[in-house]
Design a protein around this ligand. Structure first.
Ligand code: ARG
Length: 470
């Protein structure tokens, strides 16, 4: 593009009277946001239509002007949806592109649209509308992931697996119980997003450049049209803060962090060293050199992509830090991190929603692993306590029993009663009942516990909360 054409375009943009030379091509590219803010096109039109309708009611625009604007915007929307809209980088951003096209289509009335507003309140409005829709989409996918986990949890309420602390076998747990832990995490993620949405959903339009406008605008009307729950009540704040995006990014980073934990567990469980689960082939890939490999690429990438989402949160925080009131062009840099956060979260949730129902469990391998590592040692200690031994003494007696079993390379349940009695005289033949993993599970029968009965109760509660059929 020649310097001449950029000068012309700057002129056509409407503010060239102030400039004595055209903007340099490089500066044009550096400052343009069109490459990424096109994604706001449809919400930009929606917000413009609400603004125009309000101006007409206030007597600032004539009914004819409003009709023309509505007609022109319908044409533009069609052009954008069909991919026929001619985007022009020299017009800097999505807002100026649409406004220019409107004027091309309808003339004079198009030039009146920008009365009483600025791109500063316009872009903040667009971004909030866009993010609100994105939050709703994410919420739907989160519900789908929860549903998939609940279904698997129900099928595996009584499937025994080793529960870990420090990645060492700790106590047997139900695989269903393990999965429902993630349902809890995702529910809190949904709560956080829902809460952030209330603050996203406030209208900045009307703040104009920073100080408001001299026209008799009706902001409540625009808010109602666009489905906003309230107004940003200080014009300087309205155009300048991006805390709504930062809050969302924080909730998204935490959500991805939760997904990365589940991803990591899938990677571990799929490793032949564990052999607990298999994933459908469509979620794994082979190796170009090792013919035997099936790699859990999707969970690994989910784990990896968490890094970029956390990075976007940091980018947005640093973007805001130290910005003086009110709008600064820095804020144009909010879009790419925000868009990529939404894209990454949606793709990752979609992968999990489809992958989780396909998880195949090797229940025998899980059970074998749960029986290793003296996972019922606590149950033995609890048994001795029920027979009157103080817990600390029981802990010590069981530690000796574990040591004895380790010396003999056997499990606790394989120690003869006389050996157990030598360490804990209170033990009887019924002690073997608490040493098996099913008994260990069933005994933890209270709210939050891992007994199959409690897991089924959790499943029933979730079905109810998520509105799922039983
Ligand atoms: N493209 C700009 C952004 O994303 C729109 C607002 C521009 N405002 C301005 N005063 N230059 O922030």
């Amino acid at each position: 593009m020649s310097a001449h054409s950029s000068s012309l375009d700057r002129k056509n943009g409407g503010w060239s009277g102030r400039f004595s030379e055209p903007v340099a091509d490089f500066v044009l590219r550096y400052t343009a946001s069109l490459g990424f803010d096109r994604r706001l096109a449809l919400v930009d039109i929606e917000a413009s239509l609400a603004h125009a309708a309000m101006l007409e009611r206030a007597g600032v625009l004539s009914p004819q002007d409003l009709g023309e604007i509505q007609r022109g915007m319908a044409v533009i929307r069609g052009e954008i949806e069909l991919g026929r809209f001619e985007w022009r980088l020299e017009l800097e951003d999505v807002h100026l592109n649409i406004e220019r096209r409107l004027t091309e289509l309808i003339g004079e009335a198009g030039k009146r649209l920008h009365t009483g507003r600025s791109r500063n309140d316009q872009v903040a409005t667009d971004l909030r509308l866009w993010l609100r829709a994105a939050i709703d989409l994410i919420d739907g996918y989160l519900a789908a992931v929860q549903q998939a986990l609940v279904e698997q949890a129900e099928a595996h309420a009584a499937t025994v697996m080793p529960g870990f602390t420090h990645l060492q076998v700790a106590q047997p747990v139900s695989f269903g119980h393990h999965l429902l832990a993630y349902v809890e995490m995702f529910e809190r993620d949904r709560e956080r997003l829902r809460d952030a949405r209330r603050r996203v959903n406030r209208l900045p339009l009307g703040a104009a450049a920073l100080a408001g406008t001299t026209f008799p605008i009706d902001r409540a009307f625009v808010a109602a049209r666009l489905g906003f729950e309230g107004l940003c009540e200080n014009s300087l704040d309205a155009v300048s803060d991006r805390d709504f995006a930062i809050e969302f990014a924080a909730a998204a980073a935490l959500l991805m962090t939760h997904l990365s934990r589940l991803a990591e567990e899938l990677v571990l469980w799929m490793s032949p060293r564990f052999g607990f689960v298999r994933l459908p082939d469509r979620f794994t890939t082979g190796s170009s050199i090792m013919p035997q490999k099936k790699n859990p690429d999707v969970p690994e990438l989910a784990r990896g992509k968490t890094g970029r989402v956390v990075g976007h949160l940091a980018a947005l925080l640093v973007l805001m830090k130290g910005q003086p009131l009110a709008y600064n062009k820095d804020n144009q840099e909010d879009k790419e991190p925000l868009f990529d956060t939404v894209d990454t979260v949606l793709d990752t949730l979609r992968a999990f929603a489809e992958m989780i129902p396909g998880i195949e469990v090797d229940a025998a391998a899980m059970r074998r692993a749960a029986e290793e590592g003296y996972s019922t040692a606590t149950d033995l200690a609890d048994y001795l306590v029920r027979r009157g031994m103080p817990f600390r003494d029981a802990h010590e007696a069981v530690a000796r029993a574990v040591r004895l079993a380790a010396e003999r390379h056997c499990e606790l349940a394989a120690l003869p009663l006389e050996d157990l009695r030598a360490l804990a005289p209170l033990a009887d033949a019924d002690v073997y009942g608490v040493l098996n993993v099913d008994g260990s599970l069933a005994a933890r029968n209270h709210v939050g516990g891992t007994s199959p009965a409690q897991v089924r109760a959790q499943v029933a509660r979730w079905r109810d909360r998520l509105g799922l059929a039983g």
